[in-house]
Unconditional design. Structure first.
Length: 363
């Protein structure tokens, strides 16, 4: 266990001299807005694996310098959350990231495989996963906890090598393009707070004025959750915000009837909520978010969509990639409905190239 700044610096000097390091994090994220980092795992090889204790080391700047080193590959499995946490902890933007979960999708495996399943399929090694509910902030860690944590990085270098041998030559540039997205923090730090209201179930049924209320309530809740370092749902739950926006409440007593919200919360947040509702009702129409657009296909478009799916599955099989990597249902429907004006990733990079054969001739 690396518990001192001196030992961390010594390990980082060694890490900078390698071609690739494997990394993972363990954290607790149940009663706080910000995840509480409990452990960082780092492997230089399958035998040289280390645990870094962020509870004992205040300054993780040396680790940040490694993350930002473009000459060293940083290997993760399911990278986005780890990248966001390590970026917050070190202040550095990770570069040259290799995500074994993502790359598996470019080798004929599903792009949703857990690390344990991927290790079992490629190395025929079955990991012990008995410590998934461990409190990683508690010290000391027992040997089983340490072994569990080390196993999360022990095999990543070998997995990377094996995956790269399975990527087809004409698909490799697609994989590299996807991996380069991790060099830009906006691609893994989460949805913009101004768009988070769209993630609330039922928002698509609201009128434009209620959408404005919901958007502003969600922005307010985000600030409040950060300030108090509490989960969003501990401030006000999603269904309550939705009900407030739909009813366009004017009194605290109405808030109380909007679902699962305590009298104490109404007393604490009621004035702020009512102020947001009032302000949203009076803001200019041009400042209100647009209605949520539901893409509906007619019968002929549904027939084309069925052919589109068949095309994607067949071409994905030829190129050895997992079909969902090409695009989700909403993205494909939008592309099919408006091929010349559709935005998003299906109209950029390797996906545009992949889909062009059908879109340019089949729509």
């Amino acid at each position: 266990m690396i518990t001192t700044a001196e030992d961390l610096q010594a390990l980082m000097i060694r890490a900078h001299k390698t071609d690739a390091v494997a990394l993972d994090t363990e954290f607790v994220w149940e009663r706080t807005y910000y995840p509480r980092l409990g452990l960082i795992q780092l492997a230089l090889s399958n035998e040289e694996c280390f645990l870094i204790d962020p509870c004992a080391i205040d300054d993780l700047t040396p680790l940040g310098k490694l993350l930002a080193d473009t000459e060293v590959v940083k290997i993760f499995h399911d990278a986005p959350q780890d990248l966001a946490i390590l970026r917050s902890a070190t202040g550095a933007d990770p570069q040259n990231v290799f995500d074994t979960k993502l790359v598996a999708g470019f080798t004929g495996f599903p792009s949703t495989l857990s690390l344990a399943v991927l290790i079992e399929r490629l190395l025929d090694i079955r990991l012990e996963k008995s410590q998934t509910r461990t409190n990683w902030l508690k010290r000391p860690l027992d040997p089983k906890q340490e072994e569990y944590a080390l196993d999360d990085v022990r095999y990543l270098r070998a997995i990377r090598v094996l995956l790269l041998t399975r990527v087809l030559p004409d698909t490799r540039s697609w994989m590299e393009e996807e991996l380069q997205r991790f060099d830009t923090p906006a691609n893994y730090t989460g949805i913009d707070v101004r768009d988070r209201y769209l993630k609330i179930k039922g928002s698509g049924k609201l009128n434009q004025r209620s959408l404005a209320i919901l958007q502003n309530l969600v922005i307010w809740r985000e600030k409040e959750a950060k300030k108090r370092n509490r989960p969003r749902g501990h401030i006000v739950k999603d269904p309550v915000l939705l009900s407030i926006a739909r009813q366009q409440v004017e009194k605290k007593t109405q808030i109380q009837n909007c679902g699962e919200i305590s009298g104490k919360s109404v007393e604490s947040y009621g004035d702020a909520i009512l102020e947001i509702v009032s302000t949203s009702l009076n803001q200019a129409d041009s400042a209100c978010p647009p209605l949520v657009r539901h893409i509906k296909l007619n019968k002929s478009e549904k027939d084309i969509m069925a052919k589109f799916h068949d095309f994607i599955i067949l071409k994905s099989d030829i190129h050895g990639i997992d079909p969902p990597l090409v695009g989700n249902k909403s993205e494909l429907k939008e592309l099919l409905k408006s091929p010349s004006t559709a935005e998003g990733r299906t109209r950029r990079g390797w996906r545009k190239q992949f889909l062009a054969e059908f879109i340019d001739t089949g729509v």
